[in-house]
Design a protein around this ligand. Structure first.
Ligand code: NAD
Ligand code: ZN
Length: 247
C-alpha cells in the first residue's frame, strides 16, 4: 500500500501566464520570435558568436520586466501555494510569480535577473540592470565566459530532473494546472496524459502541442481573466477531498 501523503497541486506554466502582464510570448504572430532569431538569441551552440546581440536582447527583456507587474493569474498561484501542498514549475524566465508572492518557484529555463559564468560556474543577481560589454565575472574575472543565466536550446536543463520527480507517482487526489504553454518546448501532455489526477488547462486557444482531450477542464482565454474560474475548480477539488476525509 502507498504511504499516506498530502494531496499535491502542481502548477506548470509557460509564457502565456505573463502575457497579460505585458511580456510577449515567443510564438504568437506578434511574439518575440517574430522580431528575433531564436537561433541567435537562444542557441546553446552558437551563443559565443553573438555576444553583442544576446547582451542587447536580454537587456531589453530586463527593461521590459522592470516595467510590468504580476497579474491575477500569478496572484492566484501564490494563493494556492499558501493553501495547498504546491509545486510550481515554470518555463518562464521572468520573476512575476515571485513578485506575486510565490516562495518556491522552479525555473526550468533559468532566470532573466541572473547571469552566469561558464568559466567558473558563478551565478549572480543583476536584478533589472543593463549588462555592459566590459562586465566580467566577479569571481574569476572572465569576460568571455559571462552570459545570461538562461537555458538555451541544445543545452541541458538541470531542473528537468525536479520536473520529472514532480510528475512521478501522481495520484487521483492530486491536481495539475497547466497555464499558458504551447507544449512545443516541453510536452507537458507526455507527463500527465496517463495520470489519474485532476488535470486543468488554460491556454489562449487550442494548440497543436497540447491535446485538451487529456484534461478534465480546458479553459481557453486570457489567464488573468480566467484565474477566478481556475481558482474555483482547484478550490472545489481540495474542498471535496477534505469533506470526503471528514465524512
Ligand atoms: P509559447 O510562446 O510557446 O506559448 C505561449 C502559450 O501561451 C500558447 O499556448 C498560448 O495559447 C498561450 N497564451 C498566450 N497568451 C495567453 C494568455 N493571455 N493567457 C493564457 N494563455 C496564453 O510559450 P512556452 O510554451 O512557455 O515556451 C516558450 C519558451 O520561451 C519557454 O521555454 C520560456 O523559457 C521562454 N519564454 C519565457 C517568457 C517569460 O519568461 N515570460 C516569455 C517568452 C518566452
Ligand atoms: Zn567566473
Amino acid at each position: 500500500m502507498k504511504p499516506n501523503r498530502e494531496p499535491k497541486l502542481i502548477v506548470f506554466t509557460g509564457a502565456g501566464l505573463s502575457a497579460d502582464s505585458g511580456i510577449p510570448t515567443f510564438r504568437a504572430d506578434t511574439g518575440l520570435w517574430a522580431d528575433h532569431d531564436v537561433n541567435v538569441v537562444a542557441n546553446g551552440m552558437t551563443w559565443r558568436n553573438h555576444r553583442e546581440t544576446i547582451r542587447k536582447f536580454y537587456n531589453d527583456r530586463r527593461d521590459n520586466l522592470a516595467s510590468v507587474e504580476p497579474n491575477d493569474a500569478h496572484r492566484t498561484i501564490a494563493k494556492w501555494e499558501s493553501l495547498y501542498n504546491t509545486t510550481i514549475l515554470t518555463q518562464n524566465i521572468d520573476n512575476l510569480l515571485e513578485r506575486a508572492g510565490c516562495a518556491n518557484v522552479i525555473h526550468l529555463h533559468g532566470e532573466l535577473t541572473k547571469m552566469k559564468c561558464v568559466a567558473c560556474g558563478n551565478v549572480w543577481d543583476i536584478e533589472y540592470n543593463q549588462v555592459q560589454e566590459e562586465d566580467r565575472c566577479g569571481k574569476c574575472n572572465s569576460l568571455k565566459g559571462t552570459r545570461p543565466y538562461i537555458v538555451f536550446f541544445h543545452e541541458p536543463a538541470p531542473n528537468y530532473a525536479k520536473m520529472h520527480a514532480t510528475f512521478k507517482d501522481l495520484r487521483k487526489e492530486d491536481c495539475v494546472v497547466v497555464i499558458g504553454t504551447s507544449g512545443e518546448v516541453i510536452s507537458v501532455d507526455a507527463h500527465i496524459y496517463d495520470k489519474p489526477c485532476l488535470k486543468v488547462l488554460n491556454n489562449l486557444e487550442p494548440r497543436r502541442g497540447i491535446n485538451e482531450a487529456y484534461y478534465d477542464h480546458a479553459l481557453f482565454g486570457r489567464a488573468s481573466l480566467l484565474s477566478k474560474e481556475l481558482d474555483i475548480i482547484v478550490e472545489r477539488h481540495f474542498n471535496n477531498l477534505r469533506s470526503n476525509l471528514h465524512a
